[in-house]
Design a protein around this ligand. Structure first.
Ligand SMILES: Cc1ncc(COP(=O)(O)O)c(C=O)c1O
Length: 375
């Protein structure tokens, strides 16, 4: 629970916000629990880390930190634009894609505006909108974890400034189907900005991929897709995310709002090099894809049903408050995330790590399950 904020200076909407439930860094974990962190599986990081080329580029760039970075981030924007088949003036960089979520909202939201998303959802999709004084409607996924297209359309029909969804979706893991996506885009009112958060896009199975950006472009509606170097590229600590917008005007407006030096020069160099190393990217993606098949079967075998995942994590039903399970695992040095968003407080999210870390997780889960059954 967030304690009430004592200062009358603070805006009401900020006072009402919960504190963001960020993952726990290893040093903090060990200080709190007094045991070594054996498997850090709470923040959807890539267990292989970044490409060695990204590390070399970062080390080389460190020599230049006496100067400000290029505020336009043009080297990386051009590299991204080339890959996306777009012009660089439609690409914007952020200090992680979470930074860009806030920038989008501060650019377009007026107090009282309506934002529509799904439930469960990535917390900042909701909280960063509320911080701008917006009202957020969260439409529940269907019981079989499909995107609730009809419910979202109904919520938007009363007027919405922004529709924001992640696909593949955090925390649940499913990806939207091409048909559902086309229906959703067609149902979006002309004045609603579609924010399509693709933080986990690289992890999609081949059979689930489709050209969502082409669907958005053909729609004639305003949109921005968000992606990140924090997940499949293994650069979570560098803090680099990017957006591709439907037109340069939205990027120009957002550029007035964002911190001009949001991406530091070491991070930009690392991300630019990481983009080039397709083999490293593929290794991390293949690992996550095979481990998600293995772990979802193993968890189901223990009675913990998982939502279908197209990401580097699994979301599973603990049939009891997930904090109990997460706490039992922490005592064994295994860190996962108990979900705190009602009505999903019986669910936990585990990031797919190295096979040895995942085995530690499975062992800890089976002993936690045994202990709980005995009580
Ligand atoms: C759906 C989604 N969007 C955005 C982010 C933010 O990522 P970053 O700020 O590290 O780029 C995350 C991080 O977990 C996420 O899950």
């Amino acid at each position: 629970m967030t304690p009430p904020c004592p200062s009358p200076l603070v805006r009401d909407e900020i006072e009402r916000l919960p504190t963001y439930n960020a993952g726990l860094a290893a040093a903090r974990f060990e200080a709190i629990y007094g045991v070594p962190l054996r498997a850090k599986l709470d923040s959807n990081e890539n267990p292989l880390g970044p490409s060695p080329d990204a590390i070399s580029a970062a080390l080389a760039a460190v020599k230049g930190i006496g100067r400000y970075p290029d505020a336009s981030g043009m080297t990386l924007r051009v590299a991204l634009a080339y890959r996306l088949g777009a012009s660089a003036d439609r690409v914007i960089l952020g200090n992680g894609s979470e930074d860009l979520i806030g920038v989008i909202y501060r650019t377009v939201l007026r107090p009282g505006d309506h934002v529509v998303t799904v439930c469960p959802s990535f917390g900042l999709h909701e909280f960063a909108a509320q911080a701008c004084g917006a009202r957020v409607t969260k439409v529940p996924f269907t019981p079989d974890w499909r995107f609730p297209v009809a419910g979202i359309a109904a919520a938007m029909a009363e007027g919405a400034r922004v529709l924001i969804i992640s696909s593949p979706s955090n925390p649940a893991g499913p990806a939207i189907s091409p048909d559902d996506f086309a229906t959703l885009v067609a149902a979006t009112p002309a004045g609603t900005l579609i924010v399509f958060d693709e933080a986990y896009v690289e992890y999609l199975d081949e059979s689930m991929r489709f050209d969502a950006l082409a669907v958005l472009s053909a729609s004639g509606r305003p949109w921005i897709s968000l992606r990140t170097f924090s997940k499949a590229f293994g650069l979570a600590g560098a803090r680099v995310g990017y957006g591709l917008a439907h037109d340069p005007q939205l990027v120009a407006a957002m550029s007035k709002v964002r911190n001009p030096f949001a991406v530091n020069l070491v991070a930009e160099a690392a991300a630019t090099a990481a983009l080039e190393d397709a083999k490293h990217l593929a290794r991390g993606v293949e690992l996550a894809q095979s481990e998600r098949r293995r772990l979802s079967r193993a968890l189901a075998g223990m009675g913990f049903a998982c939502a279908p995942s197209q990401t580097n994590f699994l979301f599973f039903d603990c049939s009891r408050p997930a904090t109990e399970i997460a706490e039992a695992l922490r005592r064994q040095g295994v860190l996962i995330k108990a979900w705190m968003e009602p009505p999903f407080t019986n669910h936990a999210r585990v990031t797919l790590g190295q096979p040895t870390e995942n085995d530690l997780f499975l062992d800890a889960m089976s002993s936690a399950a045994r202990d709980i059954t005995k009580r």
